[in-house]
Design a protein around this ligand. Structure first.
Ligand code: SAH
Length: 616
C-alpha cells in the first residue's frame, strides 16, 4: 500500500489509544502511533493526513516548524480524547482535513469544527473545486483575493474554454474582461495587461495533446526545451499539457520517455498506418523514409486528441518536431482516472460481515448500484447516497449504468451480495468494459461519433474488485467445517447455463468425490432442479451422506439444518439457501458437519494423541 496515502493517528493517553483503535475500524489502512514530539518530523511528509488525539496546543506547537504551504501540507485534524469534537486544523480544502473531520464526527457521533469561510458560507472552495476538476491553478497569489470576492458577493464570473460543470455560485460569462476566473490553456489574455482593471485567477485545464516527432537518441532536455519553446511562442501554458502523442517506434525513445516521466505524462502511440489515415497534415519525406509515416507530430496530436484541426502546426527545433491539438471533448488527465468503479462484495447479509475496506469504498462512492434486496441489507451504509436499483434480472442494465456513471466522472460502487466475483457482477462489468474497448479499434473510422468518445473514456475508468464473504464461506462456518477438503461449487440456475451442462458437472463432481456446494438451488421456475441434482449425486454417494442446508446465513432469519442425501428434500430449500453435500468422508459430530482434512485424517489424529499420551 502506498505509504503516501496513509493516515497517521497519534495518541498520548490510554483513552486516546482506545479512541485510536476505534478510528482504525473507520480507516483500516491508518497507522496508529504513540505521540512523541521529537519524532514527528520523521512521519511528516510520509502521510497524507494526521489525526491527533490530544490538546490542540500540543499539536500547534509541534507542527509549527514543519508547515510549508497549502499545496503540500498534509491534512491535520485534532480530536479530544472523548471524540466529542473533531477540529479541522490544517489543509481544510486541498489536504482534505474538513472532509476528514466531518467523517470522523459522523462516525463518532461528535461535532466537526470547521472554520474555513467557504464552508461556513456553504460555497464551494475554489482550490478544492479546481483540484477535483483537474485544473491547475496558475497564479496562486491571487487566490485569496478572488476567494474573498467570491465570499463577499456569493458569485464568481467564470470564462471557460472547456466544457465543465460549474457549481452553484459560478456564473459562466463569455466576455474575457469581465471574468474573475479564466479556465484556458492560453496565456495571452489579461494577466500581464496593465490596462486590466482587476486581478483574474487562471486555471489551466489539461487539454493540450503534444504531438512529437524526433530523431533517434534525441536527449531529454532537447525534447523538453522544444516543447517549452513551442508552448511559449504560442502563449500556451505548460500546465495544460494532457499527454504526449507519437509514432509507435518512438515509444521506446529514452529521451522522450524520460521527459514524459519527469512531468507524469502519458505517451500515446500510433502505427505508421494509423498516422497515414490523416491526410491533411504537412508531409515530410524524411519522416516517411525513417518511419513509413508521412508525418508524425501533427497526425499523432490529431488522433490522440480527437480534434479535427491543430491548435499549433508543426514547429521544428533541432531534432524535434512539435505540433499541438486540443483534446476533444475535454476530460480529466490520464493520471487521474475519469471515474472509478468499486465492485464490492457485501457478504452474506449483516453489516458486521462486510470488510472494513469494502465499507470504506461504499462510503467514498457517489453512487450505489445494486439489486434491491442486497441494498436493503446495507441501508445504514448507503443512506443519503444516490442509489440506482433495478430488479434481479437486469444485471446487465445495472452494470451498463455503472459504467456510464463512472464515465461521467463519478465514483460508483456496484454492490453484490457475498463475493462480487462469484455468480455476481464483477465479470459483467469487465465484459461491458471490454466491449467498449473493442470499439477503440474502429476509432479512426468512427472518429467523433458518440461511440468513439465513450471508448476514450471507458479506457480510463479505474476498476477495483473488493472481495466479500461468499455464501460458501458463511454457510460452511455455520455448519462446522464441511469444506476442509476439495470442493466444487455448482449453481443450479439454468438462466445463463444450459441444464445439460449443469447435469454433466454434477455428475463429474459426484464421481470425483468432491464436496459439492449448490448455489441457487431452487426457485419457483425451477422447483425440480434440486431433485434431479440429488438423484445424480445419489448414484455415486451413500444415502446417509451428510447434507447441510443453510438459509439466510448471517441474517436475522438464519436457519441451519443438517440432514442427509436421502432426506434433504424434506426441508425448506429456496433462493436464499445454499446446500452443501459432503464427500465420502464427511461426518456429523455434535450437530456439526465435518469433512476431515485428509482421507486418512482420523487415523493420524488418533496416532498423534497416542503419542501425547505416551509422552505424559
Ligand atoms: N455472490 C454471491 C452469490 C450470488 S448467487 C456469493 O458470493 O455468495 C445467489 C445464491 O447465493 C443464492 O441463491 C444462495 O444459494 C446463495 N446465498 C447468498 N447469500 C446467502 C446467504 N446469506 N445464506 C445462504 N445462501 C446464500
Amino acid at each position: 500500500m502506498d505509504i503516501e496515502n496513509n493516515t497517521a493517528i497519534l495518541y498520548i493517553t490510554g483513552n486516546g489509544f482506545a479512541l485510536a483503535k476505534k478510528l482504525n475500524s473507520l480507516y483500516p489502512e491508518a497507522n496508529a502511533f504513540k505521540f512523541k514530539p521529537d519524532s514527528l518530523s520523521k512521519f511528516w511528509g510520509k502521510h497524507k493526513s494526521f489525526i491527533f488525539i490530544m490538546a490542540a496546543g500540543i499539536v500547534v506547537r509541534t507542527i509549527a516548524p514543519l508547515i510549508k504551504n497549502k499545496k503540500t501540507d498534509p491534512a491535520v485534524v485534532v480530536l479530544d480524547e472523548k471524540g466529542r469534537f473533531s477540529v479541522s486544523l490544517l489543509s481544510g480544502h486541498l489536504g482534505g482535513a474538513n472532509k476528514l473531520a466531518k467523517e470522523i464526527a459522523d462516525f463518532l457521533g461528535g461535532q466537526a469544527v470547521i472554520t474555513t469561510a467557504s464552508d461556513t458560507n456553504n460555497l464551494p472552495a475554489i482550490d478544492l473545486w479546481a483540484k477535483e476538476n483537474d485544473l491547475a491553478i496558475e497564479n496562486w497569489d491571487t487566490l485569496p483575493e478572488i476567494s474573498i470576492r467570491f465570499l463577499n458577493s456569493g458569485e464568481l464570473r467564470v470564462y471557460s474554454e472547456v466544457e465543465i460543470k460549474m457549481p452553484e455560485g459560478f456564473l459562466r460569462v463569455n466576455k474575457l474582461s469581465s471574468a474573475d476566473m479564466l479556465i484556458t490553456s492560453k496565456k495571452n489574455r489579461f494577466t500581464h495587461s496593465p490596462i486590466h482593471p482587476f486581478t483574474q485567477l487562471y486555471l489551466r485545464p489539461k487539454n493540450l495533446i503534444i504531438g512529437i516527432g524526433c530523431n533517434k537518441r534525441t536527449p531529454e532536455n532537447e525534447i523538453e526545451n522544444a516543447v517549452k519553446d513551442t508552448l511559449a511562442k504560442n502563449n500556451l501554458s505548460f500546465q495544460s499539457i494532457h499527454s504526449i502523442a507519437t509514432i509507435d517506434i518512438k515509444g521506446n525513445e529514452l529521451g522522450l520517455i524520460a521527459s514524459a516521466k519527469k512531468y507524469n505524462l502519458g505517451i500515446k502511440t500510433f502505427t505508421a498506418n494509423e498516422l497515414n489515415t490523416i491526410k491533411w497534415v504537412s508531409k515530410s519525406d524524411a519522416a516517411f523514409k525513417a518511419t513509413g509515416a508521412n508525418a508524425v507530430a501533427e497526425p499523432a496530436a490529431l488522433l490522440a486528441s480527437g480534434a479535427d484541426k491543430l491548435l499549433v502546426k508543426k514547429q521544428k527545433q533541432g531534432n524535434v518536431t512539435v505540433a499541438i491539438a486540443e483534446l476533444y471533448p475535454f476530460t480529466h488527465s490520464p493520471i487521474h482516472p475519469l471515474g472509478k468503479i468499486f465492485i464490492v462484495g457485501t457478504g452474506p447479509g449483516s453489516i458486521e460481515h462486510i470488510t472494513p475496506y469494502a465499507r470504506n469504498a461504499i462510503r467514498n462512492s457517489d453512487v450505489i448500484v445494486g439489486y434491491g434486496t442486497y441494498l436493503h441489507l446495507i441501508w445504514e451504509l448507503i443512506s443519503g447516497k444516490e442509489v440506482v436499483s433495478t430488479g434481479m434480472t437486469q444485471e446487465v442494465d445495472r452494470c451498463k449504468k455503472a459504467v456510464e456513471l463512472a464515465m461521467s466522472g463519478k465514483t460508483v460502487s456496484v454492490i453484490s451480495g457475498g463475493d462480487p466475483g462469484i455468480y455476481a457482477m464483477a465479470g459483467l462489468v469487465f465484459e461491458i468494459l471490454k466491449n467498449c474497448n473493442a470499439l477503440s479499434v474502429m476509432r479512426n473510422e468512427i472518429k467523433k461519433s458518440n461511440a468513439s468518445r465513450i471508448t476514450h473514456h471507458a479506457s480510463r475508468i479505474a476498476v477495483e474488485v473488493i472481495p466479500g464473504i461468499s455464501a460458501l464461506n458463511a454457510c460452511a462456518a455455520r455448519l462446522g467445517a464441511p469444506l476442509m477438503h476439495d470442493f466444487a461449487s455448482i449453481s443450479l440456475s439454468d438462466r445463463l447455463t444450459p441444464w445439460d451442462l449443469i447435469e454433466k458437472r454434477l455428475d463429474g463432481a459426484a464421481k470425483a468425490d468432491f464436496v459439492i456446494i449448490l448455489y441457487n438451488p431452487k426457485s419457483k421456475g425451477r422447483a425440480k432442479h434440486i431433485d434431479r441434482a440429488m438423484e445424480i449425486i445419489l448414484k455415486c454417494r451413500k444415502s446417509e451422506t451428510p447434507v447441510g442446508i443453510v438459509k439466510g446465513a448471517m441474517r436475522e432469519d438464519e436457519k441451519v439444518i443438517i440432514s442427509d442425501l436421502k432426506n434433504m428434500l424434506e426441508h425448506d430449500i429456496d433462493m436464499q439457501t445454499t446446500v452443501i453435500i459432503g464427500n465420502s468422508q464427511t461426518f456429523v459430530w455434535d450437530n456439526r458437519m465435518i469433512t476431515p482434512r485428509g482421507y486418512e485424517g482420523k487415523l493420524k489424529v488418533a496416532r498423534q494423541s497416542g503419542f501425547t499420551e505416551a509422552g505424559k
